[in-house]
Design a protein around this ligand. Structure first.
Ligand code: GDP
Length: 192
């Protein structure tokens, strides 16, 4: 499957600024999990260089159109170690507001670092999504960085910590292209 044509539409600091969409998927994860790399791998992003170079944009909701399929929303990364508490709280409110109130949200992709494994914040996010009954899928990143001799064990560990079956987790490597085609297909399916 070719890269998904992700066309940047707009950034927003608040849910109310987002235009309505027919069908939408979104992606969350702690900062440094590999979100930008993964998005670059699954999509051909137009007009995005400009966006990523704008300071502060990574703390906003960034909305893309996937031509003919629906909308993709990139949520700000959570868990910035040095962020002051009030700033963390406002990001959290923005993310939760978006997730709870966005109509036509078909899937929340939760990125988990395949090397580090699920962090406390990742587990909290998963428990919260479950409690709210929001559809979600765990995507493990950086598959290539896990030694091949350790991969089976790591896959079991990640699944156990997330309280999921191994087969529920999509393993990816933006660097080596592992799982990228599969993920493109899933995004299109979730949106349809
Ligand atoms: P973000 O903060 O979640 O957007 O994370 P980035 O995409 O900027 O990635 C964080 C770091 O992890 C960067 O140094 C990337 O080069 C590295 N990285 C991301 N994905 C992969 C991957 O699949 N394999 C490897 N080896 N490194 C990766």
């Amino acid at each position: 499957m070719p890269p998904l044509p992700l066309e940047f539409i707009q950034s927003a600091s608040d849910l109310s600024q987002l235009p309505p969409s027919q069908s939408e998927v979104t992606v969350v994860g702690r900062s440094n999990v590999g979100k930008s790399s993964l998005l670059n791998a699954i999509g051909a992003r137009k007009r995005l260089a400009h966006v990523s170079n704008t300071p502060g944009r990574t703390r906003l909701l960034n909305l893309f159109d996937i031509e003919g399929h629906g909308t993709f929303v990139d949520l700000p990364g959570y868990g910035f170690a040095n962020a002051p508490a009030n700033m963390r709280a406002s990001w959290q409110a923005m993310i939760e507001g978006y997730l709870l109130e966005r109509e036509n949200l078909k899937m929340v992709m939760v990125l988990v670092d395949g090397v580090v494994g699920p962090t406390k914040l990742d587990i909290q996010m998963l428990e919260w999504l479950r409690a709210c009954g929001l559809p979600h899928t765990v995507i493990a990143t950086k598959h290539d960085k896990v030694k091949s001799s350790k991969r089976n064990k790591r896959k079991r560990e990640v699944a156990e910590k997330c309280n999921l079956e191994e087969g529920d987790i999509i393993w990816t490597s933006a660097e080596k292209g592992v799982g990228i085609d599969k993920l493109r297909g899933l995004v299109v399916r979730w949106l349809s």
